[in-house]
Design a protein around this ligand. Sequence first.
Ligand SMILES: [Zn+2]
Length: 71
Amino acid sequence: MAIIFLNHSECTICNQTLNKGEDIVSFPPMLKDNKFYIFNDSGFHHACLEKFSLGREALKYLKELYLSKNN
Ligand SMILES: [Zn+2]
């Protein structure tokens, strides 16, 4: 998982600080050939991902990643 420093780390989409209490999504480190590599090891506002073209897909990918790990 990306290491997010609340009130210090920035959302890579909007460049605003990720603050405590906000809906934040963090992505794990990924391989360079991953379609979602642009999200590699970073944190984002959930709302920004919803607005970003690949964001929704990336959220789905992340969900599947967690589900597969739990199996
Ligand atoms: Zn943002």
